[in-house]
Ligand binder design. Structure first.
Ligand SMILES: Cc1ncc(COP(=O)(O)O)c(C=O)c1O
Length: 375
């Protein structure tokens, strides 16, 4: 094995090298057209992603964050309402709820999948609850059947935060197509990443899709006549053009991530200090992240891997209920113990599709060496 290798957490240049000509042709065609806003590629991408996600409609938006915000606004959620979600997620989930004036209400996660635990949701429901936002974290869908049952029982909207999970399936159903609305992110580090920010909202209800499209454009229809206060949540034509190119490769990329994860799982099989990701048998993960549970020596491990040229990341070091900006919610540490444990003890390793077998072996070897004591 090579003495020292460089294995970043993500290598977007490696991906770009494989599609450079296609991307440049697509970008060039938008530049020639100068049709930067609402160009034909936006609609083409909406149709392609809707079909890819087995959903009737898709509405392109400016980011995954705006997909969440626009969905909440279009569903009429605001001051006085409560929305139940997981405390263990990227900030945008809870932040978007807060920005509408509604209150984020947290329910703890499952210890093994890190997704919201449906058993905590019902207890969190009050007469003010309007919606549940399950997050399909790291590329694996949350436990949707009980969530959808609760939503039907209490007449709540379900907004899937599928920012990390385009193409993932739960019992054969696609991420983002199971609830009232599904939010996708095209942030460059996602499995389908753009040349900057971008996102999309999936919806099976055509009237809702129509409403989302109106909210995306300052709530105006016809132009300059505003029935609602929306925002500028549009997806750029340039992004749509690049994403149309990348969408053709998405299945192959996600499959390669799954193979990489399988290889890591094998290599960590007899390493008791490492808990590998738990994927439910009826789920297909797209492994946006490969996250291991490593216990209390995480910070030392990060330093050791860094010294060996390996990039890692903590997703996420502080749960939402412990964030300073949400202190008025009155939570304290200990309120959501599984979420806090995950925040303390998990670590993401490189899993991107262009990793070589040698790089995977190298990363696994270093992690194992760290735990087997002094080298
Ligand atoms: C779970 C989750 N929700 C929402 C977002 C927000 O997406 P974006 O960065 O495109 O605004 C992200 C992306 O980082 C995410 O991981």
């Amino acid at each position: 094995m090579a003495e020292q290798m460089h294995v970043p957490l993500l290598d977007l240049k490696a991906q770009y090298r494989t599609i450079r000509d296609e991307i440049r042709t697509a970008v060039d065609s938008v530049l020639e057209s100068q049709f930067f806003i609402n160009g034909p590629e936006v609609k083409q991408l909406e149709e392609a992603v809707a079909s890819y996600s087995s959903c009737k409609k898709a509405v392109g938006v400016s980011s995954g964050t705006d997909a969440l915000l626009c969905s909440l606004m279009a569903l009429g959620i605001g001051a006085g309402d409560e929305v139940i979600t997981t405390p263990y997620t990227f900030f945008a989930t809870a932040g978007s709820i807060w920005r509408t004036g509604a209150k984020p209400v947290f329910a703890d996660i499952e210890a093994d999948t890190y997704n919201i635990n449906p058993s905590g949701i019902e207890k969190a429901i009050t007469p003010r609850t309007k919606a549940i936002i399950p997050v399909h974290l790291y590329g694996q869908c949350a436990e949707m059947d009980p969530i959808l049952e609760l939503a039907a029982k209490y007449q709540l909207f379900v907004i899937e935060d599928a920012a990390q999970s385009i193409g993932a399936t739960y019992k054969g159903r696609k991420a983002g197509a199971m609830g009232t609305a599904g939010c996708l992110s095209f942030f460059p580090s996602k499995n389908l990443g753009g040349l900057g920010d971008g996102g999309m909202i999936l919806a099976n209800d055509e009237q809702l899709a129509e409403r989302l499209a109106v909210f995306r454009q300052h709530g105006s229809k016809p132009k300059y006549y505003h029935k609602f206060v929306g925002g500028n949540f549009r997806l750029d034509t340039l992004q749509a053009a690049a994403l149309l190119v990348k969408l053709k490769h998405l299945d192959a990329w996600s499959e390669k991530r799954r193979q990489n994860a399988k290889q890591y799982n094998e290599l960590f099989k007899d390493c008791a200090a490492v808990t590998t990701p738990v994927i439910r048998p009826y789920n297909v993960s797209i492994y946006n992240q490969y996250v291991i549970l490593v216990g209390s020596r995480r910070d030392e491990l990060i330093k050791f891997l860094q010294a060996n040229g390996i990039g890692t990341e903590i997703y996420y070091p502080l749960s939402m209920h412990d964030q300073e900006c949400f202190s008025s919610l009155g939570h304290k540490s200990g309120d959501f113990p599984e979420s806090e444990k995950a925040a303390r003890e998990t670590l993401a390793l490189p899993v991107y599709p262009e990793l070589s077998d040698e790089q995977i072996l190298y990363v696994a070897d270093k992690v194992r060496k760290f735990f087997s004591g002094p080298l």
